[in-house]
Write a protein that binds this ligand. Structure first.
Ligand code: T4K
Length: 399
């Protein structure tokens, strides 16, 4: 590899990787154990409806989160929707825009109005001072998002919620295995929601969970996730079908058993990237506050165009051409997407500044230290030749 840019795959050279490196390659755990569990499901003839594996997965997720109750459902998005319905939230919900669109959509489909709030520029999580500023008589809830596995300022948010009589919940889709100081994420606010999507630190193919210490809330969610039927099969209210299957729970349990190993691999690759990218102009590997424990499922870099002349999207295109399928987590962010940007345009300077800079890179068990070296060399070449790359892209009409 040379130091110039002419031989990059973006300009017709051969890609650095013959197989794509992705963000969020699913972690299966012990494949034999998964297949054994699946075999037993097939033999049992019991595939769904709160089967034994779903019950076991619920117990283990509750244990991991340090809470009394867990209700498993088909996705985190559905978990958020059911939780908001069960809690009877109405009106306005203050939430960050720097998150996956599901945080906002889950509120909107329940007839709520997301009110987007600016962020702490260091963590990218919701800024409690801004939350206080946005409270109106229509505000009924605050949603924190543990962005990239980092816990929000849970203590301050709880104080604000208590002082104003608001329902506080957390979208913890990215944060299973993280802590706030020594307390596991999952146990804050009135309820938290995990995702077990294929790309998450623990996956159940697709899946999600509400975790809470509020037994009554958990029961209301349970009713809603199975047609409004109680444990005796009597329909007491309306509801939907959001039950997790036994096959998904088999995957979830097996993947959960690998959680510690997964986090260790994530931390190792994080250290590899930090070493390999140290001193690269205008590239910062986002570090997590050591006062908390982070699952390190997301490896985020910030690209400072002012320092290296490189545009974030140029780097993204460059990496993808090399078969490194990096992601923009999260850009554009929620208030820049439909229907929010048309219905309720807002300006969030800190959110927008961060969103312009971020890239999530492949990490963890899916890649090796050598892969990190290769990816980092590509990034360094791009950063060192930032102005030249921008010029070349502009010459072909790409900004
Ligand atoms: N709240 C927050 C804060 C979230 O981050 C999310 C989900 C949610 C709520 C909602 O959770 P769920 O309802 O999904 O349970 C992905 C995921 O689909 C999404 O779950 C996740 N956040 C978000 C951050 O990322 P996309 O559209 O960016 O990418 P996707 O899923 O097509 O795949 C990403 C990469 O992962 C691909 O390059 C390839 C790799 N991949 C993907 C799949 C599906 C695999 O290697 N294997 C796979 O099976 O959304």
């Amino acid at each position: 590899m040379t130091n110039g840019v002419g031989d990059l795959a973006l300009f017709g050279g051969p890609p650095a990787f013959d197989r794509t490196r992705v963000v969020g390659r699913p972690r299966i755990g012990d494949r034999a154990r998964f297949l054994d569990r699946l075999d037993k499901v097939l033999d049992s003839g019991w595939f769904t409806h709160n089967g034994p594996l779903v019950q076991e997965f619920e117990r283990k997720v509750a244990e991991t989160a340090g809470v009394g109750h867990c209700v498993l459902v088909t996705s985190a998005t559905t978990a958020l929707e059911l939780m908001l319905d069960a809690a009877g939230v109405t009106g306005e919900v203050i939430m960050p825009s720097m998150t996956f669109i599901a945080t906002a959509h889950s509120a909107r489909v329940r007839g709520l109005q997301p009110v987007f709030c600016d962020i702490d520029p260091v963590t990218g999580c919701i800024d409690p001072d801004e939350v206080e500023r946005l409270i109106t008589p229509r505000t009924t809830a605050i949603a924190g998002v543990h962005l990239w596995g980092q816990p929000c300022a849970v203590d301050r948010l709880q104080k604000i919620a208590d002082a104003n009589g608001l329902f506080l919940y957390f979208d913890a889709a990215q944060a299973l295995g993280s802590t706030f100081e020594d307390t596991p994420v999952g146990s804050f606010g009135s309820a938290e929601v995990f995702s077990f999507h294929a790309t998450k630190v623990v996956n159940s193919f697709e899946g999600g969970a509400v975790v809470t210490n509020d037994g009554e809330l958990a029961e209301k969610i349970r009713l809603r996730h199975k047609f409004g039927m109680n444990a005796s099969g009597v329909v007491c209210r309306e509801g939907t079908n959001a039950k997790m299957t036994e096959a998904c729970a088999a995957m979830g349990l097996t993947s959960l058993e690998a959680l510690e190993d997964s986090i260790r691999a994530n931390i190792d690759r994080h250290a590899d990237y930090r070493a390999a990218l140290a001193g690269t102009p205008g590239i910062e590997v986002v570090e997590f506050n050591p006062a908390h424990h982070n699952n390190h499922q997301y490896l985020i870099i910030k690209v400072d165009h002012a320092e290296n002349g490189l545009r974030r999207d140029t780097l993204l295109d460059l990496l993808r051409a090399e078969n490194v399928f990096a992601q923009r987590y999260f850009s554009p962010c929620c208030h820049q997407l439909e229907p929010y940007r048309t219905e309720n345009p807002v300006v969030l300077p800190r959110t927008e500044a961060l969103a312009e800079q971020v890239i999530a890179l492949p990490t963890g068990h899916a890649i090796t230290t050598e892969d990190v070296t290769t990816i980092s060399e590509l990034i360094t070449r791009a950063a060192v030749n930032g102005t030249e790359l921008t010029r070349r892209r502009e010459a072909v009409g790409v900004s």
